[in-house]
Write a new protein. Sequence first.
Length: 335
Amino acid sequence: MKTFLKKYKWWIFGVVFSYPFYCLLIGEIWHFGELYTFGLPLNEFMTVWIALGGIIGVVSNIGLTQKRITIQEEQQINQQKQFEEQQKRWEKQDAQQEKIRSEQEKQFNKQIEKQNDQIQIQQKQLRDTRFSSGVELLGNNNESARIGGAYNLYFLAKENSEDYLKPVCGILCAHIRSITSSKEYREGCKDKSSNEIQTILKLLFRRRDNYSFVLDDSNPIFCRCYKDLSGTFLRGVDFFYTKMDNVNFCNAELYDVNFNAADLSGVHFSNAILNDVNFGGAELDVEFKDAELKNINFSNAKFRQMMYFKGTVLENYSWEEITREGRSLELTKTI
């Protein structure tokens, strides 16, 4: 019943509102009784009836307008909800995509790290192979191969100083000690040290300022390394204008060696044999304790600190006498 009334309410309203007019029309045609006007004159009744219909129409129109407004508001609310839901879906999709991108980035970074680790391992293996190859070449019977091995180790230490600097320096010094200590080498190099030994010495030291070796380094790579050349046999080696520091020549034998204008710092010649050695014009921070000095020239040399000549032929002479032109050579000259 409610559904019926709701569905046909305007028809019902139209029929009720039109009833007086129909009654008047039919009454005039078929001469029915008079219309009941609630005690009002017909004109006033019709005026009131029409006014009432107008009021009902206005009220109904207001209701319809309000209903349309309510429907529009509901539609707006629904649209807002749909937009918010869509926004949430977009945000969820963005979050999922961001998560996917983050996972992909993590996987990519892991792959890069893994590749970098593999590259580092491969490079380490290559460096170790170079190191082993260089050491192996130092034991070769051919002198040229041994020199090649020394250069290989030198450049390996220069490129990877953190891992190989000290080991390479120690190996090159040990090689010099091993080669020069043999009886065969001493007999074969009575006039001058071999090309192999001189080449390795050039790798270990450099000449100062513009007087540089072919391998010119503004900062020699082995300058802070301890260089153990104790017990070595050197003859005819030229260290002119060379910078040498942290060197151990204890118990070494040096013949016809030139240190002219060299810079020697922290160099020890204790118990060494020095014959025909030239320190002229050199800057010295050196120890000569119990060294055997023959035909040594200290002319114009500069002693930075208290020199140790104890146990040598120069023990009781002043620095001025030792460095005076020709005086040191005269004092150490063999009879």
